[in-house]
Design a protein around this ligand. Structure first.
Ligand SMILES: Nc1nc2c(ncn2[C@@H]2O[C@H](COP(=O)(O)OP(=O)(O)OP(=O)(O)O)[C@@H](O)[C@H]2O)c(=O)[nH]1
Ligand SMILES: [Zn+2]
Length: 361
């Protein structure tokens, strides 16, 4: 038995490092030092430039299109970093907040040919840390020596590529929680084994495990759920979901910590700032370099299965939630529409979700 972190734990550690501005190492036949652009700091960056050669900045194809940079690598582009590049310049490539104040960033030279596997892994890692999807990737000769000399977290490329299953989770605790909609509430806390965010199941009454359970799969929205934001319909949907379950006497509301459709609150606020400039909810995500939806709905089915359920009546207007549930072993016998909370601030947002993301109005 060893005390050494396993590959999943190394990835969790790498996410925390990147969020603090500490670079990490990805090891393979060729290896790379990886910085998240959003958290670059002067001291480390100058040091890295002295030590190393040929750094590139990797961005997603979405961000590259916005910056009018040529994309030769499918879903990503590798931008050459000029020798005199400042951190401000690098961050202005990553962050659309600077698109209006410093529009002249280019022309950007992007690499073509060669291996992009480390770059793809670096982007995935930075995204999973809820940072802007932009990474500096610098080739290094010997990953294990380099990381131990500099005391950096190192992980094998394979472990980053093979984490495509839904995270496994365990229940930490459950306790009764009387709610306005029902006295018979219970809150269950689930903790993923990969160091990710905890998720919650609010069970009401005593749902029969052998029958389809009335269920709502809800993604966290601090602004809507808690603050009563009128920009979305989340708050009213949360409350209506709970009310329906309370009225029926039993069911489960899953509250998944996937703020901002999985990009985190800071990035959602960046998206809101772009929406203030006239971009819609999907365009804003793309300008930031994200897909329009980065959530993993398999988490919901994993929790339901672990609670002993195998089929649901799912309250949602989003067909993707139904599809992902079914793919991951939960039968959706009925989709129950949840149309509440429309107002003049969110009418356009709901319209775009229907037009571009396939939501059912
Ligand atoms: N990136 C981004 N996320 C948003 C925006 N508005 C709301 N959200 C997030 O969108 C998610 C909405 O979650 P849900 O209401 O569960 O899901 P849904 O896809 O709308 O589907 P149903 O409500 O089930 O019909 C939450 O994570 C919100 O934080 C936005 O403009 N940009
Ligand atoms: Zn919302």
């Amino acid at each position: 038995m060893s005390l050494t972190p396993n590959p999943t734990e190394r990835i969790a550690r790498a996410r925390a490092d990147l969020r603090m501005g500490v670079p990490v190492v990805i090891a393979d036949r060729k290896s790379a030092l990886v910085f998240a652009v959003e958290t670059l700091n002067e001291r480390r960056w100058r040091h890295a430039l002295r030590l190393l050669e040929d750094p590139v900045m990797t961005i997603t194809d979405w961000r590259a299109h916005t910056l009018r940079a040529r994309v030769y690598d499918g879903d990503l582009a590798r931008v050459d970093i000029p020798k005199d590049a400042s951190i401000e310049w690098l961050q202005s490539l990553a962050d659309p907040a600077y698109d209006l104040s410093s529009p002249m960033k280019g022309p950007l030279k992007t690499k073509r040919g060669g291996d992009t596997v480390l770059h793809r892994a670096a982007l995935k890692l930075v995204k999973s840390a809820h940072l802007l999807p932009a990474a500096i990737v610098i080739p290094i000769p010997n990953a294990w020596t380099f990381s131990s000399t500099n005391d950096l977290t190192v992980m094998e490329l394979d472990s980053l590529q093979s984490d495509d299953q839904a995270p496994t989770m365990h229940q930490v605790v459950q306790a009764s929680l009387p709610l306005e909609v029902s006295d018979a509430g219970r809150l269950h806390v689930f903790r993923p084994d990969d160091g990710g965010e905890e998720h919650y199941a609010i069970e009401i009454g005593q749902p029969d495990r052998s029958k389809p359970v009335l269920s709502r799969l809800h993604s966290a929205c601090l602004t809507g759920d808690l603050l009563g934001s009128l920009k979305c319909d989340c708050g009213p949907q949360l409350r209506a979901g709970l009310r329906h379950i309370g009225d029926e006497g039993s069911g489960v509301l899953l509250y998944l910590n996937q703020e901002g459709r999985g990009i985190g609150l800071a990035n959602k606020m960046r998206a809101y700032s772009l929406q203030d400039q006239g971009f819609d909810t999907v365009e804003a995500n793309h300008r930031l370099g994200f897909e329009d939806d980065e959530r993993d709905f398999r988490i919901g089915s994993t929790i339901l299965k672990s609670m002993g359920f195998s089929s649901v009546r799912l309250m949602t207007n989003n067909p993707a939630k139904v599809a992902r549930m079914e793919e991951n072993g939960i039968k959706v016998v009925d989709r129950v529409p949840l149309k509440v909370g429309k107002n003049h601030h969110n009418a356009h947002y709901l319209d775009i979700k229907a037009k571009k993301s396939g939501h059912i109005l």
